[in-house]
Design a protein around this ligand. Structure first.
Ligand SMILES: [Zn+2]
Length: 257
């Protein structure tokens, strides 16, 4: 049985690899970004990708490459020679002010970045991640790296109770009740940004969006587990969330671990 710490490091290493595999930290951004997760038994500490590796790209992270930090961003565990990532304060400050958040992701996804520079509000353009952009997302109006406690608290304050915050000309941070949710929120955010970019190119900045009333129409439908032809099969109980996309990529990237 792996210890809790070993298990968390494994999960975080896999999440970093998934960010690379899904194109969120690849090519020119292969070395930029990090996933992190709190230790379930010690919410004042979290595991995260660090710095100081011979090959410092998300795609190559292994469990033993992860470092553990406290909520001040200080390294409390990890191999000698490794440091926390430079933007550790983005993670530590979000954990400090959001006790509900169990995992944080930060990357520099291309479409999210370009849309933030254009200062175009992301609007719903496809089902994946529709709730993320149903209302305007908060924007941290600075391009600088998040290096100090003050920087980190500014980002955490801008995030507020949202699941994502955009960092103008830099990237985004997403949160989750677990690693899967934090990573998928980032994947969905980037997909919405890409669809918004396509729409801007095709129809200009005043392009149409999926109207709010159609989203509300979906919200108000009979739950899947209560549909007459499915009710018995589901036993009247809501199905678990569909994590197929994450599990597929997690399986792909973890075959040599
Ligand atoms: Zn960054």
């Amino acid at each position: 049985m792996p210890s809790e710490l070993d298990d968390v490091k494994y999960q975080v290493a896999v999440a970093n690899r998934v960010l690379a595999e899904t194109g969120l930290a690849t090519g020119v951004t292969a070395s930029f970004g990090h996933a992190s997760m709190r230790l379930p038994s010690d919410p004042g500490r979290f595991a995260i990708k660090g710095r100081g590796y011979e090959l410092d790209v998300l795609e190559r992270m292994r469990p033993q490459d992860m470092v553990v930090c406290d909520l001040d961003g200080r390294k409390v565990d990890g191999a000698p020679g490794l440091t926390p990532c430079y933007e550790i304060k983005m993670h530590s400050c979000i954990y400090k002010v959001r006790p509900d958040v169990q995992a944080v992701v930060h990357v520099h996804p291309r479409f999210t970045v370009v849309m933030s520079v254009l200062q175009e509000t992301l609007v719903p353009m496809c089902p994946e991640g529709i709730d993320l952009v149903r209302h305007p997302l908060p924007v941290y109006p600075h391009n600088k790296l998040i290096l100090t406690e003050e920087d980190g608290m500014e980002v955490a304050t801008e995030l507020g109770g949202h699941k994502a915050v955009l960092l103008l000309g830099h990237g985004a941070a997403t949160t989750g009740a677990d690693l899967t949710e934090a990573v998928m929120n980032m994947y969905h955010l980037e997909e919405q940004a890409r669809m918004n970019w396509y729409a801007c190119c095709a129809a200009g900045p005043q392009h149409r969006r999926i109207p709010e009333e159609l989203i509300a129409e979906s919200d108000n439908r009979t739950a899947i587990h209560e549909l007459p032809h499915l009710k018995e099969l589901f036993g009247g109980v809501p199905p678990p969330p569909n994590n197929g996309v994450y599990l597929h990529y997690a399986d792909l990237v973890s075959r040599d671990l």
